[in-house]
Design a protein around this ligand. Structure first.
Ligand SMILES: [Ca+2]
Length: 53
């Protein structure tokens, strides 16, 4: 996985599989689109979590 250094990234791991570690990298407005926060393990550098609607 690559990300722009210092950017606000969108990481989409809403794939039905459990991620052991999701890193959003640097930036203060990173968004992680996850299956469920208790299912995908998301690092603290992902400021915002979006669950399935
Ligand atoms: Ca997932």
């Amino acid at each position: 996985m690559s990300s722009t250094r210092g950017g606000d990234d969108v990481v989409n791991v809403q794939d039905g599989a459990a991620e052991l570690s999701v890193s959003c990298g640097e930036g203060s407005g990173d968004l992680a689109i996850v299956d469920d926060p208790g299912f995908d393990r998301v690092d603290a550098d992902c400021e915002t979590l979006q669950r399935p609607s």
